[in-house]
Write a new protein. Structure first.
Lengths: 182, 518
């Protein structure tokens, strides 16, 4: 059972073009329907709400700054998603460099339903924190946002077979991480 | 996983991700919009080509830039913003360039705002990723950051040359800058954008815009560094292990990614060696292929090749007492073949148009194990290569080659049997049997998404981290699994999608000319 927790906003390319032209109202109209989904993506990848807040804010502001360079308005969502993931990658790299205490695992256990125990969820979440950003992102898109393999393939611009293979690899990595944590 | 106490179901993965994720603070939207509205957008500047200046005094730079800007406005006034670049901003830009070139962190601090930041974005130009922007932002206020930054510039011998500048927004100018990284021997084009807060710079963005500018003074563009990495991995795998980053990374980070662990001296020396090998490859003087008595000669390690007959030796028949050859290497002494004009060799590969879309090449391999997933090979299963049944008879059925025939991201033809001529003490009149398979890399493969940017067919026997990684999207490899007394070696003939019919015919003729000497 995978539940869609973040609906995909329909892209208005005219809004993108207006925002690229410096229209801040148009930019707000682009950000508002996407913020919830983007924030959930970043927080699930990073496992930390405060970091996600910073990353999402920086990513949106950076998107605004670079928007005039986006040649194809139709690719706005794809571009935004990659920017978010890249920012998450930067953040995790920064954590490693600064050797801060890894905050992965600061999760909200109140959302656990009756089918999973606190221990199980905690173990999986800790293992998620050991995966590569790309693996985390794939699992977030598929299992958190409920994006089908076919839609993921379209979004990632790779064949469906490759998408399945990558999802399989991400799942296998998660299993290995759980094993390592045991 | 069998003894793991927890079940890993789709539902549990979803619950764990939901537990890790959160809804945004209500004020976040407002913060984003307010910050964006106060942030100037960066517009593509259609201005003139850069004018390289050797490191003059700051006032001279400013004067030259003013003249260049005036020229740009005169030529393209219909395209460019109407405001001229303020002289004081040009001066500060020149001073910052000077501080970078002289590795002066204190000057840098004095020129940047206290809350100023450096940003290192790059716009991806690779197919399928055009326009994708990557960003890394660093605050000047972080203790010792200016020292760390100029230290990094110093490690790589960076030298910036300022070209012409243009106003792109209020209090924001963008300048064309040529950067030379002497340790890496690369020269690239950048846009440096300076955002001002009063007389000081609040944001300095350094964007790579031309990774391979024409008429470079230094020998390499940024685009050459992946080729150097591939060369190093192929020719000096143990050195590559110590010098190159182990994880997948991005092309655009290239001259920063070496900054943390690897020694610049060693990297510079390796690049020197690479350049020397390349100059040999490009040498107009071909290597002679026959000795004075007309017998074939051993293929040189690198260089362009005259038409003639050469041989490649079995690298594992070296009487190494440590290596247990009986467990892996094939029993042949050498492979002789005849080349037409126009071929070259490097790193054990014989090739034409190396690195080009029309490349053709071949090489000999002694595979260790086969990667089930050549793109994600770091976590891939490895399977043995064995073309024999339990009874010891060569068997050329699909089932026995499952690993090679079912690699993820590559399609395989039905295997067929062929024979190569055989000579020497163990040579047989009927020749030596081989299994021929055509393997095609997915044309849609995004090589950058593969582990370390490599698509690996198989490991090389007895070479730590050695592997056949010479692959690109759409590449076809005609692989001959040669059966030498129950040991297998591989002749791998590869062609890129744009290979010409003439070159393919030459490649086929070369393979047909091969003689396996026992």
């Amino acid at each position: 059972m995978t539940e869609r927790v973040g609906a995909v906003a329909i892209l208005d390319e005219d809004l993108v073009r207006r925002a690229a032209g410096g229209d801040a109202d148009a930019f707000e109209a682009l950000v508002a329907p996407r913020l919830n989904r983007v924030f959930r993506t970043a927080s699930a990848i990073l496992g930390n709400e405060g970091d996600a807040h910073d990353v999402v804010q920086e990513a949106f502001v950076a998107t605004w700054r670079h928007l005039p360079r986006l040649r194809d308005a139709a690719k706005f969502d794809e571009w935004l998603n990659k920017t978010i993931v890249n920012r998450c990658r930067d953040e995790l790299r920064r954590r490693r460099r600064s050797r801060e205490v890894d905050l992965d695992g600061a999760y909200d256990l109140s959302s656990i339903d009756s089918t999973g125990s606190v221990g199980e969820i905690a173990a999986i979440s800790a293992a998620l924190g050991m995966l590569s950003v790309d693996h985390r992102h794939l699992l977030v898109m598929h299992h958190l946002h409920g994006i089908s393999v076919a839609d993921l393939a379209t979004e990632l611009r790779i064949p469906e077979g490759t998408t399945k293979s990558r999802l399989h690899a991400a799942r296998a990595a998660l299993e290995r991480a759980m094993e390592a944590n045991r | 996983m069998s003894d793991n106490p927890y079940r890993l179901t789709d539902d549990l993965v979803t619950q764990a991700l939901r537990a890790r994720s959160a809804d945004p603070d209500l004020a976040l939207l407002e913060d984003i919009v307010r910050t964006a509205a106060a942030t100037p957008q960066l517009r593509r500047w259609p201005g003139l080509g850069s004018t390289s200046l050797s490191r003059p005094a700051v006032l001279v730079i400013a004067l030259a830039l003013l003249l260049a800007t005036a020229g740009a406005l005169a030529v393209g006034s219909g395209l460019l913003p109407p405001d001229p670049v303020p002289a004081e901003q040009l001066t500060v830009a020149g001073q910052i360039i000077e501080a970078a070139n002289t590795r002066d962190p204190e000057s840098l601090r004095s020129l940047m705002a206290e809350d100023g930041v450096l940003e290192f974005p790059w716009v991806d130009a690779r197919a399928g990723r055009e326009g994708e922007v990557y960003m890394s932002e660093y605050a000047m206020a972080v203790e010792k950051f200016p020292e760390a930054w100029v230290g990094n510039l110093d490690r790589w011998g960076m030298e910036a040359h300022l070209g012409s500048c243009q106003a792109v927004a209020e209090s924001t100018i963008t300048c064309a800058v040529t950067t030379r990284w002497h340790t890496l021997q690369i020269e690239i084009g950048e846009d440096w954008t300076f955002e001002f807060d009063g007389a000081r710079v609040s944001r300095l963005e350094m964007l790579r815009v031309d990774p391979d500018p024409p008429n470079r003074l230094l020998p390499l563009g940024l685009v050459d560094l992946p080729t150097w990495e591939a060369w190093l991995r192929e020719t000096h795998p143990s050195q590559a292990d110590s010098l190159l980053p182990s994880g997948p990374d991005f092309f655009g980070w290239m001259y920063f990614r070496f900054g943390l662990d690897a020694s610049p001296d060693e990297i510079g020396a390796s690049i020197d060696e690479y350049l020397a090998a390349r100059s040999v490859v490009e040498s107009p003087t071909p290597t002679p292929s026959l000795t004075s008595d007309g017998t074939p000669v051993e293929l040189p390690s690198s260089g362009s090749l005259d038409a003639g007959t050469y041989f490649l030796v079995n690298p594992y028949q070296d009487d190494d007492p440590v290596r247990d050859c009986a467990s892996g290497c094939a029993d042949y002494r050498r492979v002789v073949f005849t080349l037409p004009d126009g071929w070259a060799t490097s790193g054990g590969l014989v090739h034409k148009h190396l690195g080009q879309p029309d490349e053709v090449a071949f090489g000999l391999w002694t595979p260790g194990q086969i990667y089930a997933d050549p793109c994600h090979w770091e976590e891939s299963a490895l399977e043995p290569l064995d073309i024999h049944t339990a009874s010891g008879e060569p068997h050329l059925g699909m089932d026995d080659q499952a690993a090679l025939l079912n690699q993820v991201g590559r399609t395989a033809s039905e295997p067929t049997t062929v024979a190569f001529a055989e000579a020497g003490a163990g040579g047989r009149p009927e020749g030596v049997g081989a299994l021929k398979i055509e393997l095609t890399v997915d044309p849609q493969l995004d090589l950058a998404s593969c582990d370390r940017g490599e698509f690996r067919s198989w490991t090389e026997w007895d070479v730590p981290d050695g592997a056949n990684s010479h692959h690109a999207p759409g590449q076809v490899d005609v692989v001959y699994l040669v059966d030498v007394d129950r040991r297998t070696f591989v002749i791998d003939a590869s062609q890129m999608p744009a290979a010409s019919e003439t070159d393919l015919a030459e490649l086929e003729a070369i393979i047909s000319s091969m003689i396996v000497v026992r």
